[in-house]
Design a protein around this ligand. Structure first.
Ligand SMILES: O=c1ccn([C@@H]2O[C@H](COP(=O)(O)O)[C@@H](O)[C@H]2O)c(=O)[nH]1
Length: 306
């Protein structure tokens, strides 16, 4: 899958990911009304609204982008219907040729991590049969339980040629509380970065490893250091747009080959129609506003990279 991700990035010339984080309050009234008319103001109605919202955005942007990142929390809050909308979204994006990064942030004791890995990236055995349950291409993994929480994901990735992005330095304001703590004089996120590089040597694609890292756009100096520590790891960079990250902050997340990083924007793209800059599109044309926001994001990053 890392080869497909790199190929999609080269084809589109767009090192970006559209984050599909559909909160109900981003979904225009007309989409909600139609879904509620069919299913009532129920969990099913909410799930239908988020599915129709996602579909419109994907239909309007898929030719410009290499990948999407559905955030599972946004679906899970609507229970079983929400999870069905998650799965429908994953399948639809894959049909459109997009790489799907499930932002699931899992990681547990070994046996539990194995179940997460199988459910999201692998196949679960049922008697003599096996099924790919959610079947994303990549998943985000929390490494803070240690190697035995990550190894089951590596095993499934090797078998299925899928990938993971390991949380190394997250974009949120309090990420330093634990991640920046020093051990033998070095911040914890650097030690995790070294582990990502080591895990990656066991799982190489043609140019990059199946084991990537999450590093927030909001910490550009740390991104620069981590880029050097993990030269073969793709870096998934959240924090662009709504969290304040800009193209100029991201230059050092990339390698000399212009590859090596993929920048996520969720609210900045899917709720673009709510921003003054894209207000001319109106709520009816929300997906056109998202397309314009994708074009602007690509221009911003490419401009910064020169
Ligand atoms: O360090 C991290 C890791 C993950 N995220 C996720 O990315 C998106 C960001 O959404 P925006 O609307 O573009 O701010 C969201 O799904 C987060 O859970 C992150 O922000 N930082």
């Amino acid at each position: 899958m890392i080869n497909k991700l790199v190929a999609n990035i080269k084809k589109t010339g767009a090192p970006i990911v559209v984050g599909l984080d559909p909160m109900l309050n981003y979904i225009p009234e007309q989409v909600q009304k139609k879904a509620f008319a069919e299913y009532g103001e129920t969990l099913e109605g909410a799930a239908e609204a988020i599915w129709q919202f996602n579909k419109a955005i994907v239909d309007n942007t898929y030719d410009l982008i290499p990948a999407v990142k559905p955030q599972i929390a946004m679906y899970e809050q609507f229970g079983i219907p929400g999870m069905q909308a998650f799965k429908k979204t994953v399948d639809y994006c894959k049909e459109k040729g997009l790489v799907v990064i499930g932002d699931i942030k899992r990681g547990d004791i070994g046996s539990t991590s194995a179940a997460y890995a199988v459910g999201h990236l692998g196949k679960v055995a049922v008697g003599s049969k096996s099924y790919a349950a959610f079947d994303e291409d990549f998943a985000t993994v929390n490494p803070y339980l240690g190697s035995d929480g990550v190894n089951p994901f590596l095993d499934v990735c090797k078998e299925e040629k899928k990938g993971i992005f390991v949380l190394v330095k997250t974009s949120n304001p309090s990420s330093g509380e634990f991640q920046d703590q020093k051990i033998d004089g070095r911040p914890l996120y650097e030690l995790v970065g070294e582990k990502v590089a080591a895990w990656g040597t066991e799982a190489m694609g043609d140019e990059y490893s199946y084991v990537g890292a999450v590093v927030g756009a909001t910490y550009p100096e740390m991104g620069k250091v981590l880029r050097k520590i993990m030269p073969k790891a793709y870096i998934l960079v959240p924090g662009y747009g709504a969290q304040g990250g800009k193209g100029k902050d991201l230059v050092h997340f990339f390698n000399e080959d212009g590859l090596g990083a993929i920048v996520n924007s969720s609210r900045g793209i899917i709720a673009a129609y709510k921003q003054e800059k894209y207000a001319k599109f109106g709520a009816e044309n929300f997906a056109d506003a998202s397309r314009a926001a994708v074009e602007d994001m690509v221009a911003d990053i490419k401009g910064a990279l020169g």
